[in-house]
Design a protein around this ligand. Structure first.
Ligand SMILES: Cc1cc2nc3c(=O)[nH]c(=O)nc-3n(C[C@H](O)[C@H](O)[C@H](O)COP(=O)(O)OP(=O)(O)OC[C@H]3O[C@@H](n4cnc5c(N)ncnc54)[C@H](O)[C@@H]3O)c2cc1C
Length: 403
């Protein structure tokens, strides 16, 4: 009988993303137990339903809950309150070759003075990245941290702006430029997060102008592409044509997208078709097609794959091998959120890929909405059993067996 033909091993097939020893190497036994406890607590639908309201109320009433939140959920998912607070975390991740992306949590607040404060803080994160290049490969900001959602939406719709609005918009353009020019001066890559689709055309225009100006030699400015939108693959291709014609590099953070319900609800409210793909499978397909297109055009497109999806991670690893791109090629990064999918981040980094974690920082009150979203994702409210808890439990069992 002839032997069955052996399938050629792909790099992804030999990449073990479930090695919990590597994933949780930087957690002591005590920290591992604490993480298990935390994921058990936030896995409870009641806690996730009532927790955020109670926490918000307690903070407003100045009840002493801040310390408790800080020691538990905050310390798991956040770097600290300030940039210097985050340094131990940056070094801990860095010791395992995992980078940090400092993510300032404060929302713009709606006033120009607030937007200017956020702009200055983002510039400080760029300076910090310039000081710790290897450990901080990107800086990032949210458009609504430096501009009002309403104004961006008006520009997006092509509304006629009043004189005051025109000068407010000129200041928005000035803030985007100040951040990105500072990043270019320091040669620090800067990502612009994506938010609601009804401001994205305005943000895309700003991002493309900045890329055309500042990405002449290498990708410094990165725009974010949400592949849960059904029109984004075409958008990537159109950007590629423009960049080729005008001679600049593109930088894209590729994500699936975080505002699914809000987008569908708003489209229904406005009586227009939703911009979102009809199914999760369609989103997965679009995401993976985007990876294929970008990797095939890596001479002009640098990417940061912001995803916790193991299939997409494996696909990207295989695509890199197919195109003979080294694991540590600076044009391709992987990124996950702090406290989530450590199995992906640390195992990829151990195999030589370039990986970074979003490390949010700010006050407990500023981070409460972010922490609520993390709790919801990891709770059975969404009908998902916690993958994180499963991995943490497996590591605890492994350590007990090894003793
Ligand atoms: C480093 C990093 C940076 C990020 N930055 C941004 C950002 O700037 N803007 C932003 O919006 N998000 C951002 N996200 C969040 C991201 O968009 C996803 O919400 C999150 O990562 C979950 O998607 P996933 O790729 O990890 O995989 P999965 O868990 O496999 O996919 C879940 C995603 O699939 C999509 N989806 C789920 N159900 C359906 C459905 N029925 N129909 C269509 N699509 C569906 C949704 O986008 C959902 O979030 C970021 C994530 C990371 C890790």
């Amino acid at each position: 009988m002839s032997k069955p033909k052996r399938q050629p091993e792909t790099p992804a097939a030999s990449l073990d993303l479930n090695n919990t020893k590597v994933a949780f190497a930087s957690l002591s036994d005590g920290q591992l137990q604490q993480a298990i406890f935390l994921f058990r607590v936030i896995g409870s639908p009641t806690v996730v339903k009532l927790g955020p309201t109670l926490a918000g109320l307690s903070l407003k009433l100045r009840l002493p809950v801040q310390g408790l939140i800080k020691k538990t959920i905050f310390s798991h998912f956040c770097g600290g309150e300030t940039i210097p607070d985050c340094l131990p975390r940056i070094q801990q991740l860095g010791s395992k070759n995992v980078g940090t992306i400092l993510d300032f949590a404060r929302e713009g607040g709606g006033k120009d003075a607030d937007f200017d404060i956020v702009t200055q803080e983002i510039i400080r994160t760029i300076d910090m990245a310039a000081q710790h290049r290897k450990m901080i490969p990107f800086a990032v900001f949210k458009p609504t941290g430096v501009a009002s959602l309403d104004l961006l939406a008006k520009v997006d719709r092509g509304d006629v702006l009043s004189v005051d609005e025109q000068s407010a918009y000129a200041r928005v353009q000035g803030r985007f430029a100040a951040i990105c020019e500072h990043a270019a001066k320091k040669r620090v890559r800067i990502m612009i997060d994506a938010e609601e689709s009804w401001i994205q055309k305005a943000v895309d225009t700003l991002a493309m102008d900045l890329m055309a100006r500042l990405n002449k030699e290498e990708a410094i400015v990165f725009n974010t592409i949400q592949l849960y939108r059904h029109d984004r693959l075409e958008f990537i291709k159109a950007c590629h044509e423009t960049a080729k014609a005008q001679g600049f590099q593109l930088g894209f953070k590729l994500v699936r997208g975080a505002y699914l319900e809000k987008e569908n609800d708003k489209a229904a409210e406005d009586g227009r078709p939703s911009p979102i793909n009809p199914t999760k499978e369609a989103t997965d397909r679009e995401y993976n097609e985007a990876l294929k297109f970008c990797v095939a055009n890596v001479d002009r497109i640098a990417i940061c794959a912001g995803t916790h999806n193991e299939d997409s991670v494996r696909l990207l690893v295989d695509l890199m091998a197919q195109h003979q791109i080294a694991a540590n090629d600076e044009r391709i990064h992987f990124a996950q959120l702090l406290g989530m999918s450590d199995n992906i981040s640390f195992n990829l980094a151990a195999s030589g890929y370039l990986v970074a974690k979003y490390v949010p920082y700010g006050t407990v009150a500023e981070l409460l909405p972010y922490l609520t979203r993390r709790a919801q994702e990891n709770s059975s409210v969404l009908g998902q059993s916690s993958r994180e808890l499963d991995l943490l439990n497996r590591e605890w069992a492994r350590r007990k067996a090894a003793k």
